[in-house]
Design a binder for this molecule. Structure first.
Ligand code: 5GP
Length: 131
């Protein structure tokens, strides 16, 4: 598969606000957030879409879900609730072809902003970067 900018974020070649890192999974803030805390959790291994998963990826997907849900709990998002969303392919709303979960926290009276499908302006990242 063609490499995406997420591989470059994982390798820290381009800046992002990284909120979680372990051997298998990286979490970072979405550059066009649909909610005040909109975070993406990605496997270090580049897998393009849900359609590309094979049985051998079961453990990795489990790790991805567990890392994302642990983050949601650590940020006190779990009680109010959130969506863990994975878009698949163009009509499914996927714009970056490196598998990822969106964590989209929901609060009463606060609507999610629309998923625009716009690619990010990387110059914005420089201002956001923590590392
Ligand atoms: P998808 O549309 O594939 O489900 O989600 C891709 C997400 O990646 C979008 O929500 C988009 O805002 C985010 N995104 C695109 N480019 C960048 C980037 O360079 N940095 C970060 N942090 N997020 C990005």
């Amino acid at each position: 598969m063609a490499e995406t900018l997420f591989s470059r974020i994982i390798r820290r070649e381009i800046p992002a606000q990284i909120v979680h890192e372990d051997e298998h999974v990286v979490g970072f803030r979405d550059i066009n957030p649909q909610a005040p805390t909109h975070v993406l959790f990605v496997p270090r291994q580049a897998i393009a879409t849900l359609n590309d998963l094979v049985a051998a990826d079961a453990e990795l997907i489990g790790r991805l879900v567990l890392a994302a849900t642990a983050y949601a709990k650590s940020q006190q998002l779990a009680d109010d609730g959130y969506r863990l969303v994975m878009n698949c392919n163009r009509h499914g709303g996927q714009t970056v072809f490196h598998l990822h979960f969106h964590i989209l926290p929901l609060k009463e009276g606060v609507d999610l902003r629309p998923h625009t499908g716009q690619m990010a302006d990387h110059s914005i990242l420089a201002a956001q970067a923590l590392a």
